[in-house]
Design a protein around this ligand. Sequence first.
Ligand code: XMP
Length: 329
Amino acid sequence: SWSMENVLDQELKVIKETVGPEDHVICALSGGVDSTVAATLVHRAIGDRLHCIFVDNGLLRYKERERVMETFTKDMHLPVTCVDATEQFLSKLKGVVDPEMKRKIIGKEFICVFDDFAHKLEQEIGKKPAYLVQGTLYPDVIESCPPPGTGRTHSHTIKSHHNVGGLPKDMKLKLIEPLKLLFKDEVRQLGRILNVPEPFVKRHPFPGPGLAVRVLGDVTEGNALDTLRQVDEIFIQSIKDAGLYDLIWQAFAVFLPVRSVGVQGDQRTHSHVVAIRAVTSQDGMTADWYYFEHKFLDEVSRKICNSVRGVNRVVQDITSKPPSTIEWE
Ligand code: XMP
């Protein structure tokens, strides 16, 4: 009969049969549930012939690298190398304001970092890694080849930077996609059976280009990234404290490159505006803005302005998808 336990046994069997006893496998961990579950599955099947990389591109959330690495190593015992490529990414993004350009640059830099990792690993193990694990889900498979006439091309574009077609050519990596027949909720179930920590299993989705698409305009301007991290952390923590996290598909803050006048203490200020956004959704294709209680919004707004330097105004995004997208860029 069909159960997640059977899916797990079947997947482990397939991976063991596919990957030869001497083969090594690499995997890029994003910190999200899909790549984490995919890597855990492969790790269970072949042990430390799996080699993971986690890239800090300088566009991650508050303390994300530390938090995610701690979970990977201490709780899950995954073999993972952390690469801090902050300077590399941010120097390439300087002055860039076009959202698609940001995505292209980030995708290209990621491939450089990954390429470097793969080649260093080759030196270390004395042979080329044979396989690459990807956390591709069933909806991604459909979206990458949208049935004709459905007009589902937008999601194809959004996923373009995840495309690893440009990976090291001399590596000739074959793909392992253990989740490619599963939907997101099934991946979460599988994660639970594999003892992936619950907070990880329930994590909201986060876009590959990270905060680059949540700082509107040039992400390297002033303290935009740090400011956004602080605001986002307050918003998300408040949502968790209020017990609302699991009711929401995605929640985040956006840094706006505009200033407004405020009065803080005895001072007239001319500081930044941030937006907060929370939506419910089944699959991210459509979404409804989430209805917070006034008291909650009031507290979040006060907390943000009182504790984040350089912010004197908070607005809420009350638009659904369509006509908006979930992200602002
Ligand atoms: P939009 O903003 O298009 O987003 O309504 C739909 C879902 O996709 C995520 N998203 C991305 N994910 N790379 C990703 O991996 C991207 O470039 C990207 N852009 C948007 C978004 O967070 C939402 O979950």
